[in-house]
Design a protein around this ligand. Structure first.
Ligand code: FE2
Length: 316
């Protein structure tokens, strides 16, 4: 019977000079995953705005002291302050913008790239260097969708999907409908073929079981809410510590989760151990407009929730 434990986090947004945080909380996330028995750590994108120039990507993650593999998705901010997609891939040690790897624990880890939108000629393309979005964005695009269908349909292993933009209803990627149809079809035919879909980008917390898959909206590690409005609860010296320091509500401790997937004769059990925190300096996002739900009906919160879910192996 298979068993896997991995660590997960998202939207660290390391951007020295613009954001106030350092790499120390990232070290805490890596350590927590290792101490929780994780075989690997994965992030759901927007890790760093200028990865080729950020040593912590190598020193804290790729060359972590535990020898733990670290996977990750590209987020829409990954190219915001970086000169080329190739340089970002090299900094992260990614083989390509989307790929899968078959883990020795018996699971297929599928890393997706939701950073496609309409270019100036109207055709779908990847977000370019020094940009964080294109119109009609958050897309996988036709070629990646075809590749994903093949990767899931022919997989001998249960699949775990990771993306930056959500593939959930109602406000996820415009390509999410095709992914959800694929999951419904494959999970009806072979229950548990896709066990988990995790995403970042929304900076909100949610876990829900639907179509035999656990949808995990992974909250941001530290930067819980952004607004053009300055957060009035932050101390003045903190607000002055970096260019955009005043424009966020923060978590006091770095948020991450440990996910355990255990196979039994008749079911899969997925356990998520999240993390409860508080707003740094007791400064919530409400006065900055953070009291309005997003397109999923979710509000900012200083936590990643915990829970356990059973997925039956009986055909639906
Ligand atoms: Fe994002």
């Amino acid at each position: 019977m298979r068993r896997l434990v991995f660590g997960i986090f998202s939207d660290y947004h390391l951007w020295r000079g613009s954001h106030p945080q350092s790499a120390a909380p990232l070290e805490e996330i890596v350590r927590r995953a290792h101490e929780g028995g994780a075989s690997f750590l994965i992030h759901c994108g927007d890790l760093c705005h200028n990865a080729p120039d950020e040593p912590a990507v190598r020193t804290v993650l790729r060359e972590n002291p535990f020898g733990m593999p670290v996977y990750g998705c590209l987020g829409n901010h990954e190219l915001e302050d970086a000169g080329s997609l190739e340089a970002v891939l090299a900094a992260y040690g990614m083989p390509s913008p989307y790929y899968f790897t078959d883990r020795p624990e018996g699971f297929r880890v599928i890393v997706l790239d939701t950073n496609h939108g309409k270019g100036s000629d109207g055709a779908l393309c990847h977000y370019p260097p020094y940009a964080k979005r294109l119109p009609d964005g958050d897309r996988l695009g036709g070629a990646q969708l075809d590749w994903l269908e093949e990767a899931v349909r022919t997989s001998p292993l249960p699949c775990l999907l990771f993306s930056h933009a959500s593939l959930e209803e109602p406000a996820g990627s415009p390509d999410g409908a095709r992914v959800r149809a694929l999951i419904r079809e494959e999970n009806a035919r072979r229950p548990g073929r896709v066990l988990l879909c995790a995403n970042g980008h929304n900076h909100t917390d949610s876990l829900r079981l639907r179509d035999g898959v656990l949808w995990f909206d992974v909250n941001a590690a530290l930067l819980l809410y952004w607004s053009r409005t300055i957060n009035p609860g932050l101390p003045e010296d903190f607000r002055a510590s970096a260019r955009m320091a005043g424009n966020y509500a923060y978590a006091s401790e770095p948020l991450s989760a440990l996910v355990e997937i255990a196979e039994e004769a008749d079911r899969w059990t997925i356990r998520v151990r999240g993390r409860e925190s508080t707003y740094l300096f007791g400064a919530p996002p409400d006065p900055m407009g953070g009291d309005v739900p997003n397109g999923f009906g979710r509000l900012p919160s200083p936590r990643i929730s915990s829970g356990a879910w059973d997925i039956s192996k009986k055909p639906i």
